[in-house]
Design a protein around this ligand. Structure first.
Ligand code: ATP
Ligand code: MG
Length: 478
């Protein structure tokens, strides 16, 4: 099915291009807009969500221009099911709000309207214009656009025509507009040809475009892996040199990008490319350092296994939590930090663990703002690694009843797989013990706990120190 759609697209595109051969092909836009009529492309309303169509129709009925744009059109052309549907219009956010009761205006850097249909959200953006051409009055009015000293767009709220909007988009394949009034597809930047040649190509001068928004470097990688495309030479060339610009991206936005890169079923491929382009360190500087020093030697193997595991779960429609991935990625640097603290201080193992945890998390939060609810789960997973070792008496049951037992146990399995390859710890035995424990009946479980106590395979507690009796106040020291 997918293959036949792709073949059809390629044929239709070829036809369209031979028709339009006289027109110059260029990435500087407007004069060369290619308009494909319904019989020249496979974008059909049956592939578009009812809610997105509703929004398009309502905007059109209200007298506004409205187009499906971005991933919605691109993915249909590629025979992929779109993740979401984005709409561009000449209606301003306020005008959109006036049309829809279920509308929420969001964003400061980039003001958008969200039309909410229960859990489904259709994003509607007003056509963006060129910030360079904004009048001085507009520039001085702080609501419009603003650039940082590095050329980064801090605000992008100047409105313009559809041609300008297309030019403000990131990649050629994302500047395709579908109209629900005459069912045409408008290609402003040669996106159809790039889809045909499977090329990720930035619109305009790549360096300027990356400086305006460094996240485009991450997007280039994400689309390359998601769509199985190649990044064009010119788009690829400046990435390594401009990578440090990612330091200026707010940690909250980095968290959003982390989710898109690592929780969409392509985590392993994205990780490899992020490392190759030197971008991974802007997500996890401490981990990147450990990877470069290969400390421990199996750290990358462990991260890759966790990422592959996540991809497999996503591709099999199983639930995943970013907390598990964060816990895995940061696990060995955390261990290293615990060791260092213990060597340098007289801290108990537990205090060293909590000290290291707060140091690692503090560093990490400067790059990615991990929400508190995920931090709590990460902590649980890490703490459980110790609890899973201590199984005597009632401890095994207590651990088993822990709300995050499953995540902790899955984490142990991953560690066991890697550490057994490197003969680090007797973890496979421990992992097997817990696997058996879960499937056994109460009686057998009791025996298992006893045998742990007998063999002393649980950690030996240091003999309890007797508490000194508190000095009772006497008449003399009163
Ligand atoms: P997907 O939704 O599958 O991740 P998408 O292309 O739809 O891919 P969105 O983040 O939903 O990506 O953005 C919608 C559209 O908005 C993009 O296709 C692109 O045209 C434009 N866009 C998004 N982010 C940027 C950006 N940083 N710079 C320029 N244009 C952007
Ligand atoms: Mg989208």
């Amino acid at each position: 099915m997918r293959l036949s759609i792709i073949k059809r697209v390629i044929n239709l595109c070829k036809k369209a291009f031979t028709k339009n051969k006289t027109q110059p092909k260029t990435t500087s836009l407007s004069p060369s807009v290619q308009i494909l009529s319904r019989d020249q492309h496979p974008v059909s309303r049956q592939f578009i969500s009812t809610n997105a169509l509703k929004v398009l129709y309502r905007l059109n009925k209200g007298g506004y221009k409205a187009y499906l744009v971005g991933g919605g059109v691109r993915d249909i052309l590629l025979g992929v099911t779109p993740k979401d549907f984005d709409i561009a219009t000449n209606a301003t956010p306020e005008q959109i709000k006036a049309l829809f009761r279920n509308c929420r205006l969001i964003g400061r850097r980039f003001r958008l309207a969200h039309i909410v249909f229960g859990r489904d959200i259709i994003e509607v953006a007003t056509f963006r214009g060129h910030h360079e051409t904004a009048s001085e009055k507009e520039k001085s009015c702080k609501k419009t656009s603003k650039q940082s000293e590095h050329g980064m767009l801090l605000r992008d709220n100047i409105y313009g025509s559809i041609e300008e909007d297309a030019e403000r988009r990131d990649f050629t394949i994302n500047a395709l507009y579908y109209s629900a009034t005459d069912f045409t597809v408008h290609d402003f930047a040669g996106g159809i040809k790039d889809i045909e040649q499977r090329k990720i190509r930035l619109i305009g001068d790549p360096e300027t475009r990356y400086r305006e928004d460094p996240v485009r470097m991450l997007r280039a990688i994400r689309f390359a892996t998601k769509l199985d495309m190649n990044i064009s030479k010119a788009t690829d060339a400046p990435i390594k040199a401009l990578a440090p610009l990612l330091e200026n991206i707010p940690p909250a936005r980095m968290f959003e990008e982390f989710l898109k890169l690592f929780l969409s079923g392509k985590a392993l491929a994205n990780y490899a490319m992020l490392r190759e382009y030197g971008l991974f360190r802007y997500f996890f500087p401490v981990v990147d350092q450990a990877l470069n020093n290969e400390q421990p030697s199996y750290i990358s193997e462990f991260i890759e296994l966790a990422l592959k595991n996540t991809d497999d779960r996503i591709n099999n429609d199983k639930r995943v939590t970013p907390a598990f991935l964060f816990a895995a990625i940061l696990w060995y640097p955390l261990q290293q930090q615990v060791r260092q603290l213990r060597e340098q201080t007289q801290l108990t193992p537990q205090d060293a663990f909590f000290g290291a945890l707060s140091e690692i998390m503090g560093e990490q939060q400067r790059c990615i703002a991990i929400p508190k609810r995920f931090q709590a789960v990460m902590k649980d997973i890490w703490i459980l690694q110790d609890k899973l070792v201590r199984r005597e008496g009632k401890r095994a049951y207590k651990t088993f009843e822990h709300v995050k037992f499953r995540a902790g146990y899955d984490f142990l399995l991953l560690r066991a797989e890697i550490e057994s390859r490197h003969e680090v710890n007797p973890l496979p035995e421990l992992a097997k013990w817990w696997t058996d424990f879960q499937s056994n009946n109460h009686e057998t479980q009791q025996q298992m706990i006893k045998s742990v106590a007998n063999t002393g395979s649980g950690p030996r507690r240091s003999p309890r120190k007797r508490r000194k009796p508190r000095n009772k106040p006497t008449a003399t020291n009163e």
